[in-house]
Design a protein around this ligand. Structure first.
Ligand SMILES: Nc1ncnc2c1ncn2[C@@H]1O[C@H](COP(=O)(O)OP(=O)(O)OP(=O)(O)O)[C@@H](O)[C@H]1O
Length: 261
């Protein structure tokens, strides 16, 4: 176990009625890393994300972020915790009736006491940081492309200068060039802002390009966590198929020499 875990999950059990999603799940996320969370559809990646940020109450288990229990925090403590992370849900999850700037301002309005001009200025900076043109600030989500909406969602996630960002499938639905550009953006912001990134993804290219470690969800647990090289060596049917299947071979940046007999 690492001592520098910024997120620590122990014995997580999550149920929806008769459906058991997690059964004794453990995970440590280290400060400053990009951890990619992968697993088959319905294995509970998004549910894990939502549990860590306190939107779902687990049946059992302990979730600590910054050494503080998310579950046992009172309203004030939870509000202070939430200020230290940002979340980008699938598809950006923007408020459709608000402009991009107003979307980015929303967490600032909730958490910070700023005058209107300063809030707008800061929101504009976040919009630029994610590579959107200034004029996009006044656009509504419906007026943006999918990739721009995702960038706007990212701008909102970093609105409060968080230490951790949670990204739920940020490159889903993007063309390969747009997805690669988004990966680059994640990596740039992570290294320049010192972010810890919790990245739920199916995107093998993202895993190769930007993740320091990968956590595999299978059998209702984190089956394994480690580097890409460690994942490639694992002997588990789903993990093997995922990391060695045709899509994995296509995503591998440098072809490995074939073993000779
Ligand atoms: N609010 C909810 N109520 C009932 N069941 C839910 C709820 N949220 C998620 N589930 C169920 O929990 C399981 C895990 O869902 P989750 O969205 O975390 O999967 P996932 O691993 O993120 O999948 P995908 O890769 O397809 O997005 C699924 O069976 C889903 O139907």
């Amino acid at each position: 176990m690492s001592d520098d875990a910024i997120i620590r999950v122990r014995g997580l059990v999550t149920r929806f009625g008769a459906t058991l999603v997690h059964d004794g799940l453990d995970l440590d996320v280290k400060r400053g890393e990009i951890i990619g969370v992968v697993g088959g559809s319905g294995t509970g990646k998004s549910v894990l994300l939502r549990s860590i940020v306190g939107l779902l109450k687990p049946a059992e288990g302990q979730i600590d972020v910054f050494g503080q229990s998310v579950r046992d925090s009172d309203a004030d403590d939870y509000r202070a915790l939430r200020r230290r992370w940002g979340v980008m849900f699938q598809d950006g999850a923007l408020f459709s009736s608000l402009s991009v700037r107003q979307n980015v301002e929303a967490p600032m309005r909730e958490q910070l006491d700023l005058d209107d001009d300063l809030r707008a200025l800061l929101a504009g900076i976040k919009v630029r940081m994610v590579g959107l043109p200034d004029k996009a600030q006044d656009n509504y989500p419906s007026e943006l492309s999918g990739g721009m909406r995702k960038r706007a969602g990212f701008a909102r996630a970093i609105a409060l200068d968080p230490e951790i960002v949670f990204l739920d499938e940020p490159t889903a639905g993007l063309d390969p060039i747009g997805a690669a550009a988004f990966d680059t953006l994640i990596k740039q912001l992570q290294s320049s802002l010192g972010l810890t990134v919790f990245l739920v993804t199916h995107d093998l290219d993202s895993l190769h390009a930007i993740c320091d470690r990968i956590a595999v969800l299978a059998d209702k647990k984190v089956l394994a966590v480690g580097t890409m090289q460690e994942m490639l060596a694992l002997d588990h049917p789903w993990v093997h198929e995922y990391f060695h299947g045709p899509r994995a071979r296509a995503a591998t940046p440098v072809a490995k020499p074939k073993e000779t007999e």
